[in-house]
Design a protein around this ligand. Structure first.
Ligand SMILES: NC(=O)c1ccc[n+]([C@@H]2O[C@H](COP(=O)([O-])OP(=O)(O)OC[C@H]3O[C@@H](n4cnc5c(N)ncnc54)[C@H](O)[C@@H]3O)[C@@H](O)[C@H]2O)c1
Length: 348
């Protein structure tokens, strides 16, 4: 097992990797006046916790203000007071809505994240961005508030279907290419063990992924500065790809293609070393994350026009300089649309 803490406005956050969630939750919940676990329906029978367990609908459908209200109602009926604890167990959708509900219940109670998908283990569980979808808009209501604990129990991964499991590796490769050369090497050198869900290697790469993310979150917890932009690498184009494909391309695969495209754009703009796009293709291919798809360049450009990182005639784009080094550049929208049309139309 590995553990570390990172700092937040409300105190330290403890992160346990490769822990038994039942043992960890028993110790943690003893410090509170009461606790309640809101868990994804798909894994409800595997959750070991000595608190009332409330199954909730997961996925985008369940990540709603209605679910948040039902969580508040349940907590009130169970008698959770201001010194009580919420526990979220599930993928990113469950953690987002439970974290959000904990943040508004009685003006905020502590919460624990127990992620059960690869994406939520390396990304959604850490950083404090919580929220729900509403009015047909994704994540339109939310707050930034950190969990008190993050418990990563690798045994949850065993039931995760392969496409969903490998999706999380796009984010791991993102941390490697932008911030951590050693992490990228570990991932590229161990595809067989990682695809075989080897706990020893998984523990190490999840640890390194979260350390990297935590170092950024500590410096810009509220996402007010520029540094948190690195976590968005590959996502400007990736989100547009997801939307143009009508979400038939998964988040991980869209981010994978987005990273390759943004790396090519970085080369064209003169910031990125020439071998970076090829290295990314190599790394992502080892995890079967590079789909051969034809992307409608016009649709892509239109989707990017709606990007919330747009400001005036510019968009701020994180670019990789070399493996482990990145910078944020302001690109004129018209230049970016031309580059996207040239560089992102065809996948490798
Ligand atoms: N807050 C953040 O910083 C952040 C970061 C990235 C993504 N997200 C959010 O996370 C969500 C995506 O998360 P996700 O990819 O974890 O998907 P998800 O939560 O939508 O879950 C996907 C599916 O996996 C199933 N599942 C969960 N754990 C399982 C397990 N152990 N075995 C078998 N099936 C399991 C669920 O039932 C669901 O059907 C999106 O809503 C996204 O906006 C948030």
């Amino acid at each position: 097992m590995r553990e570390f803490t990172y700092k937040s406005r409300d105190g330290n956050v403890e992160v346990l990797i490769n822990a038994n969630h039942g043992d960890a939750l028993e110790k943690i919940s003893g410090k509170y006046t009461g606790c309640v676990a809101f868990v994804s329906r798909s894994i409800a029978n595997r959750v070991k916790v000595k608190c009332p367990v409330v199954p909730i609908i997961d996925g985008e459908e369940g990540k709603s203000i209605e679910t948040a209200l039902s969580i508040v109602r349940n907590a009130h009926e169970i008698g959770i007071d201001r010194d009580g604890l919420f526990i979220g167990v599930g993928g990113g959708s469950v953690l987002d809505v439970v974290g959000f509900s904990a943040s508004i219940y009685l003006r905020g109670v502590d919460y624990v994240n127990v992620p059960t998908t690869m994406l939520s283990m390396v990304d959604a569980s850490l950083g404090g961005k919580t929220g729900v979808n509403a009015l047909g808009l994704k994540n339109v209501i939310g707050v930034i508030r950190q969990p008190r604990y993050i418990i990563i129990d690798l045994s949850f991964l065993e039931s995760l279907p392969m496409p969903s499991y490998i999706d999380g590796f796009a984010e791991v490769i993102k941390y490697g290419i932008t911030m951590d050369r050693e992490l990228l090497s570990q991932v590229m050198n161990n595809p067989d063990k990682l695809l075989g869900r080897d706990y020893e290697v998984l523990e190490e790469i999840i640890y390194r992924s979260l350390i990297n993310k935590a170092s950024i979150v500590e410096k810009d917890e509220l996402d007010r500065g520029v540094i948190r932009a690195v976590l968005n690498y590959g996502h400007t184009v990736g989100h547009a790809i997801e939307s143009v494909s009508n979400f038939s391309i998964s988040h991980g695969r869209a981010v994978a293609l987005g990273m390759i495209c943004e790396a090519r754009i970085g080369v064209k703009l003169g910031y990125t070393l020439r071998d970076v796009p090829g290295l990314l293709v190599d790394a992502l291919t080892r995890f079967n994350l590079v789909n051969r798809v034809t992307i409608d360049a016009n649709g892509l450009v239109n989707a990017m026009m709606r990007d919330k990182k747009r400001s005036g005639g510019f968009i701020k784009l994180p670019v990789v300089i070399d493996v482990g080094r990145w910078d944020l550049v302001r690109v004129r929208i018209e230049d970016l649309t031309k580059l996207v049309t040239e560089e992102c139309r065809s996948t490798p």
